[in-house]
Design a protein. Structure first.
Length: 448
């Protein structure tokens, strides 16, 4: 077994095929140790931590944030992180862009759609394979998001990454990924998501030969579970279904690389050991995963549509109550039973901007033209809605109970207008005929 294939957990080497264990509970105060006795008892920073480890706090909020919002974890590691970021040198990333990014093109005032991006033939790891499609807001002031698509065909191996600009919400669409992080190991396949907080070091291993998916880079407040309001105390995403890693570490004494992203710039440097050397940790600030099939969908059982906000899995709030910096919204399998109702997603003009992707299946508002791995952008205040084929079918359908099956679409929604990048305008497979999907919509008006 090669060094890049091994994880040391609890003093033993385990292979990639071993079952990965998790802790449960969204924003719980978790506690985990890979070596028994590594966690200090009764204090966070003793004079001499157990096993000769270094105590180090990782903060996700200001020290004085309210207790319910305060995010931090204590890490007990072989070496402190200060040894990881000396001698970093600028690094160019050809395709990853950070807001504010005002690329010049004419793609703002129109509805947009892109076909799936092909996985390159040249060796490409997860970080090098990130292609930014849109940005909005300002990473410097910690607001807004970027929407990326990643394509990869090789693992990161001796390379590690840390993002200082925002947390990463990763949505696999093709191929499973293993995230090896400072706090432990998480795996995700299409239909699951992984969130890596700002400042957490990690590397990504491919479980298959290639991978493709979507990323929401959230510059703002860390993702929360949305309030349920009149829905009550149940449904949507349940706290217990969010999974956090158990402590795992690499004790590898050989050359590695660390890539750092800060303020939209990339830096890279050599280190002489793995930075994933945390033996134990406790706290509320850690990466997590979620199986989207666990989402309990709410819908109408009489007539009309509730607003699509009922499909929100995670939200990043803003300073405006009820107006999100970012929402992660999904459209999974569900029953449609509304009477005397046009059942597909409605025609509308939104104050929020919508970046949409399709993980698998068909999307009911665009049954023929939106493929898994594709993306679309409907900026505020541009109108959009079902295409002519979907409109005609839904208008004439018998309104019996209907089950939407084997489908999973999602949206990255934000209060900001999302600006497509030069890559999105010039290199990505842009469908320049997308808006023609509404051309066949004809006049049906019959005055009384």
């Amino acid at each position: 077994m090669s060094t890049q294939e091994r994880i040391i957990r609890g003093g033993r080497i385990t292979s990639k095929n071993d079952e990965i264990r998790y802790q449960t509970g969204f924003r719980n105060t978790h506690s985990s140790e890979a070596e028994e006795g590594a966690l200090p008892i009764g204090r966070n920073s003793p004079q001499r931590p157990p096993m000769g480890l270094y105590a180090e706090q990782l903060s996700g909020t200001a020290f004085t944030a309210p207790r319910g919002d305060n995010l931090r974890s204590w890490l007990y590691r072989i070496r402190p992180s200060v040894k990881h970021v000396t001698g970093l040198k600028p690094l160019n990333h050809e395709y990853w862009r950070t807001a504010p990014c005002r690329d010049e093109h004419d793609l703002i005032a129109t509805q947009l759609r892109w076909a799936p991006i092909d996985v390159p033939s040249a060796p490409t790891d997860f970080i090098d394979g990130i292609r930014t499609i849109t940005t909005c807001g300002d990473a410097f002031t910690q607001s807004g998001v970027a929407a990326h698509i990643y394509v990869a065909n090789t693992s990161m191996d001796q390379r590690y990454f840390v993002n200082g600009d925002g947390e990463l919400l990763i949505v696999p669409q093709e191929g499973a990924l293993r995230f090896v992080t400072e706090m432990g190991v998480l795996e995700a396949s299409p239909g699951e998501i992984i969130v890596v907080p700002r400042g957490v070091k990690f590397r990504v291993d491919l479980i298959g030969k290639k991978a493709r998916g979507y990323i929401c880079e959230n510059y703002g407040v860390a993702f929360h579970l949305p309030e349920r309001g009149p829905i009550g105390s149940n449904s949507l995403a349940e706290e217990r279904d969010f999974l956090y890693p158990v402590a795992a570490y690499e004790d590898i004494e050989s050359p590695r690389r660390l890539t750092v992203k800060m303020q939209g710039r990339f830096f890279d440097g050599a280190i002489d050991h793995s930075p994933l050397d945390v033996i134990a940790w406790h706290g509320r600030y850690a990466p997590y995963k979620y199986d989207l099939t666990r989402f309990n969908v709410i819908g109408s059982i009489s007539f009309d549509h509730p607003d699509p906000s009922i499909f929100t899995v995670l939200t990043s709030p803003s300073e405006i109550p009820g107006t999100a910096n970012a929402d992660f919204v999904i459209f999974p399998d569900r029953w449609l039973v509304m009477e005397d109702t046009f059942r597909p997603p409605l025609f509308h003009t939104n104050v929020m901007s919508e970046f949409m992707g399709l993980i698998y299946g068909a999307y009911d508002a665009k049954p023929g033209g939106f493929l898994p791995g594709a993306a679309s952008l409907h900026n505020a205040p541009l109108p959009h809605g079902p295409d002519a084929e979907a409109f005609d079918a839904a208008t004439n359908a018998a309104l019996t109970p209907q089950k939407q099956t084997d489908t999973l679409a999602f949206m990255f929604e934000t209060r900001f207008v999302q600006i497509p990048t030069t890559f999105a305008a010039q290199e990505a497979p842009l469908d320049r005929d997308y808006a023609h999907c509404w051309t066949p919509l004809t006049r049906h008006f019959q005055p009384s």
